[in-house]
Design a protein around this ligand. Structure first.
Ligand code: GLN
Length: 487
């Protein structure tokens, strides 16, 4: 039978499978049919896992037929960002230097998805090593936004958002170091959850900025996001920074009444939305929350203005250290033009890293070098502490913070790719949650000239359940998530 993947959610697909409306092979084949038809336009995938996926689907069908207990993500097709390690499958980080890298083990998030019965459709594009906000830094060319193919699907997890919005899968994993899940979510009418730092294990991610990196979820509804978070969250002995805290039932928490929820609007986040139509979408969304019984309060986070500057000192510093392992000896495709040991290092790295990775290595090495360390890196760490304390303080008075995701809807491909600073400024609303380690969620909130606009909810540490239930009530009161990109 013909399945319309775009109309399905994880929840409805599970229902369809259990009630024999379609088989899992039908479901997975429907994804690959769409990929064959439309991925030449969207360029979401870097590699496909079709043979294994069909085999896994047959196993699901066998379980269903036999009446065996179904696992929580039984037969659900998902896409995985290519900075997340997958055993036996290419993992390139969208870089030339890892072009032929096949990991020996899975990241914990992948292990957990597989244990829950999910089916991996393939690996999706991103900015090289997740450095960027548009996928234009991918060594394999940019992904395109299914809502308007001339535009970016966001970044760095833009392959994840493009694949999901195009109907190539039912959910996608991304990583968020400084916005890379939330912003692509916002630009593609999707939920994008950056969890609390430590809520989901980082084991098996190709590290970018270890102190802010976190894997997370792109999904179509709050319910699907909650379902995935329940599976992915929790302590992992392989990641010393993963939190031992108990994992709540995020799904049953969705029903928590919204009445009386205190929503803070930090005024600094509303001062420079460059697009008045996006500002109007956000203000209408705030009105919906009020109608639903939320109490809206105006708050202030005066150090927000230093977020970008702090992030773009700390990130290159950690990047320059984390990319050190790609030297053609420990990891990375070795240059064939090298005659001496020094040339092995310099040519391997010189030939195979893209311009943005090189820029970050140089900036990072600079801010960490003796004589500059105190002036840049140490200062940035101090301001990071101030930003963190400030947002924690404000979150004592309110339950969540509501802000825009981006100053405007998806940018045109090529619009900012020549100007690194302009690209960095795209992250203006993203760095607070990243630096403070608190959760942030993009929520579909409407459209401007046919392009999706998202709002961001930020919450207390481990406050994911509150974000998801607030979003769930908003979603039920609006119809944004029922709209799909036309390819
Ligand atoms: N745009 C940000 C950067 O380029 C965020 C990237 C990310 O979250 N991976 O650093």
């Amino acid at each position: 039978m013909k399945i319309d993947i775009q109309q399905l959610t994880i929840a409805s697909a599970k229902h369809g499978l259990q009630n024999y409306e379609f088989s899992c092979v039908d479901l997975v084949e429907a994804c690959f049919d769409r990929i064959r038809m439309h991925d030449k336009d969207a360029h979401a995938f870097l590699s496909l896992n079709e043979k294994q996926a069909i085999q896994d689907a047959k196993e699901t069908d066998r379980r269903i037929k036999k009446g065996e207990p179904l696992r929580s993500l039984e037969g659900i097709p998902v896409a995985i960002k290519d900075v997340i390690m997958t055993q036996g499958m290419p993992t390139t980080a969208a870089s030339k230097i890892l072009e032929h890298f096949i990991p020996a083990h899975d990241a914990t998030v992948v292990t957990r998805l597989k244990e829950a019965g999910a089916i991996i459709v393939g690996k999706v594009n991103c900015d090289e090593f997740a450095h960027g906000a548009s996928t234009e830094n991918s060594a394999y060319g940019p992904s395109h936004n299914p809502w308007d193919l001339s535009r970016s699907p966001g970044g760095s997890s833009g392959g994840s958002s493009a694949a999901l919005a195009a109907g190539f899968c039912l959910a996608a994993l991304g990583t968020d170091t400084g916005g890379s899940i939330r912003q692509p979510g916002g630009w593609c009418n999707l939920y994008g959850l950056r969890p609390t730092y430590g809520r989901i294990s980082r084991y098996g991610l190709i590290s970018m900025t270890s102190s802010t990196d976190t894997p997370g979820i792109l999904a179509k509804t709050a319910e699907d996001t909650a379902l995935l978070l329940s599976i992915l969250a929790g302590h992992d002995p392989h990641d010393a920074t993963s939190l031992p805290s108990e994992v709540p039932n995020y799904h049953s928490a969705l029903a928590t009444p919204l009445m009386g929820l205190k929503i803070g609007l930090p005024k600094e986040f509303f001062e420079d939305i460059s697009d008045p139509k996006s500002a109007e979408v956000i203000s209408q969304a705030i009105g919906v929350f009020e109608e639903l019984g939320a109490e809206v309060k105006h708050v202030s986070l005066p150090h927000t203005k230093y977020g970008i500057a702090v992030y773009y000192v700390i990130t290159p510093a950690e990047v320059s250290s984390n990319l050190g392992r790609f030297d053609g000896v420990r990891f990375g495709h070795r240059s064939t033009n090298a005659n001496t040991l020094t040339e092995v290092y310099t040519k391997t790295r010189g030939e195979n890293f893209g311009p943005e990775a090189k820029r970050r290595i140089m900036l990072g090495t600079y801010v960490l070098s003796s004589g500059y360390y105190d002036a840049y890196y140490k200062k940035a760490q101090k301001v990071r502490t101030v930003i963190t304390k400030e947002v924690m303080h404000v979150l004592n008075d309110v339950d969540v913070l509501l802000t825009p995701i981006a100053p405007h809807p998806a940018i045109k491909l090529g619009e900012k790719s020549h100007d690194p600073l302009a690209m960095y400024l795209e992250d203006v609303y993203m760095e607070t949650a990243a630096l403070a380690g608190i959760p942030g969620l993009s929520v579909p909130a409407g459209f401007v000239d046919g392009l999706p606009v998202g709002l961001q909810l930020m919450g207390k540490q481990l406050g994911e359940a509150t974000l998801l239930s607030a979003a769930h009530h908003y979603e039920k009161a609006t119809n944004w998530t029922t709209k799909h990109a036309k390819l």
